[in-house]
Structure formats: structure tokens, C-alpha cells
Design a binder for this molecule. Structure first.
Ligand code: NAD
Length: 248
């Protein structure tokens, strides 16, 4: 059997890069898909992954665009074969209190964080169920579980991610396909570096483990759920937040 093929959206982002590295270390072939970013960003990513001898590659996509996702999946399947693992890590923030949030801030975020997951899953799920194997891991956020000031759009979308996960998990459970959510807490990535220093310091003070999460902490959870022998875990949400939000 050839090595499992994984597609990671947002694959050259802060968490996506580490998820690609982790899956490649686990012996997967990995395609990082992301916006047709500046060439230097893609080059830096590929040189970072050079030690995997071509097992990690890049392909452009706009996950908010259904046709872009269809074209991507067609191309990947033609050049690399069937997609076994899909990780949805593409995401954006458009923070503002609701009083000040524009319809565009709301809709832009929904198009990437929620429609994006539909657009990619819709392209791969049929093949996965027909072949009797698939692993889908969707990235939510602790802020989808707790709500966050200035993030009605982000919190709504991230809560929606897990609703989608649970529903799709039911639809695919008998066909060897698992669908799970990983909900990171605050991690040491550019997304969190953009938060004001005094707010960041308060966040760290509130994390029981006493530090921000590392991208490797999140990648380990994704890799666990993407494994062949994780077939009895589906529709689950795995929080990786240093104890910042505990629930039962
Ligand atoms: P990031 O901004 O570093 O990476 C996100 C990636 O998504 C970027 O590379 C970006 O180019 C890509 N992207 C944005 N719009 C896209 C589109 N339309 N099509 C394709 N790609 C697109 O963010 P990150 O920290 O790596 O976060 C990854 C995921 O984890 C996101 O869904 C985020 O909401 C979630 N998350 C992150 C944290 C954190 O602390 N960093 C915490 C909780 C949840």
C-alpha cells in the first residue's frame, strides 16, 4: 500500500506548517494547500520541509471558493492519487465588537472558517466513503467553546465547526471515515502574536499550564486523530488548551 496522502488547508500557516511536519514524520505524503501566497512564503515553507525528500509539497487554493477546492482536489487526485486525510486548518480573524462589526467582517470570516470546511469536505468525502477509509480533522478553537469578546463572528464559526464535525461523523461512521475536531487554546503563532501584549500577558496568566501552546502540541493531537488505528474515535472534540477551559 502506498503511503497515506494528507491534504492540510492553511498548510503554510503557524499551526498548518507544524501539522504538515508531524504528518510527514509519521510517514504520510503531505500537500500543504493555502492561498497563492507571496512566492517567498511558499519557498520558505518548502525549504523548511526539504528534509522529507519531496514528501511534502504545496498547492494553491482559496478554501472560500467551492470551484477552487474542486479544481484543487481534481489536480491532487490526478497527480498524487486518492486523499486519505484532510485537515482543515485554514482560518482568519476579523475582530470587532458586534456594535462595530461590518457585514463584510462577518461574511469574510464565515466564508473562510465555515464555508471553507464545507467546500473541502464536500470534495473528498465521497471518495473516502467509497474506499472505506478517511480521516478528517477540523480545527476549531477554545473561543468557539467559551465565546470571546470582539469575536462573535469567530466564536460562531468555531462553534459551527464542531456541529459540522458531529453531523458529518454520523454520516460517514459506517464507512471507515472518522471526523473529529481539535480545539486549540492560545498558541505561540502569528495569529496570537497579533494580540496586544497586555492582553497576551493576561491570557498566559489564566492558562493553568502557565504557557502558550506550541504548534507541536496541536500537531500531535491532529496526528493522533489522523492515525489508521484511531478508527473508534469520531465526532469528538479534542481540546488542547493547557487547561484554559475544562469541560466534561
Ligand atoms: P495562521 O494565520 O498562521 O494560518 C492560517 C492559514 O490559513 C494562513 O497560512 C492563511 O494564508 C490561510 N488562509 C487564510 N485564508 C485562506 C483561504 N481563503 N484559503 C486558503 N488558505 C487560507 O493561523 P494558525 O495559528 O495557524 O491557525 C490555524 C487554525 O487554528 C485556524 O483555523 C485558527 O482559527 C485555529 N486556531 C488557532 C489558534 C492559535 O492560537 N494560533 C488558536 C485556536 C484556533
Amino acid at each position: 500500500m502506498s503511503k497515506r496522502l494528507a491534504v492540510v488547508t492553511g498548510g503554510i500557516g503557524g499551526l498548518g506548517t507544524e501539522i504538515c511536519r508531524h504528518l510527514a514524520r509519521d510517514g504520510r505524503r503531505v500537500i500543504a494547500v493555502d492561498l497563492a501566497a507571496r512566492e517567498d512564503r511558499v519557498e520558505a515553507f518548502l525549504s523548511d520541509m526539504a528534509s522529507f525528500d519531496g514528501a511534502v509539497s504545496f498547492a494553491p487554493v482559496d478554501v472560500s471558493d467551492f470551484d477552487s477546492c474542486r479544481t484543487l482536489v481534481d489536480r491532487v487526485q490526478a497527480s498524487h492519487g486518492d486523499i486519505d486525510i484532510l485537515v482543515n486548518a485554514a482560518g482568519i480573524t476579523r475582530d470587532a465588537s458586534l456594535r462595530k462589526m461590518s457585514p463584510e467582517q462577518w461574511h469574510q470570516l464565515m466564508r473562510v472558517n465555515l464555508d471553507g470546511m464545507f467546500n473541502t469536505c464536500r470534495q473528498v468525502v465521497e471518495g473516502m466513503t467509497q474506499r472505506g477509509f478517511g480521516r478528517i480533522v477540523n480545527l476549531s478553537s477554545v473561543n468557539g467553546q467559551t465565546g470571546q469578546f470582539g469575536q462573535t463572528n469567530y466564536s460562531a464559526a468555531k462553534a459551527g465547526v464542531h456541529g459540522f464535525t458531529m453531523a458529518l461523523a454520523r454520516e460517514t461512521a459506517r464507512k471507515g471515515v472518522t471526523v473529529n475536531t481539535v480545539s486549540p487554546g492560545y498558541c505561540d503563532t502569528p495569529m496570537v502574536a497579533a494580540v496586544a501584549p497586555e492582553v497576551r500577558a493576561q491570557i498566559v496568566a489564566d492558562i493553568p499550564v502557565g504557557r502558550l501552546g506550541s504548534p507541536a502540541d496541536i500537531a500531535r493531537a491532529v496526528g493522533f486523530l489522523a492515525a489508521d488505528d484511531a478508527g473508534y474515535i469520531t465526532g469528538a472534540n479534542l481540546p488542547v488548551n493547557g487547561g484554559y477551559f475544562m469541560s466534561f
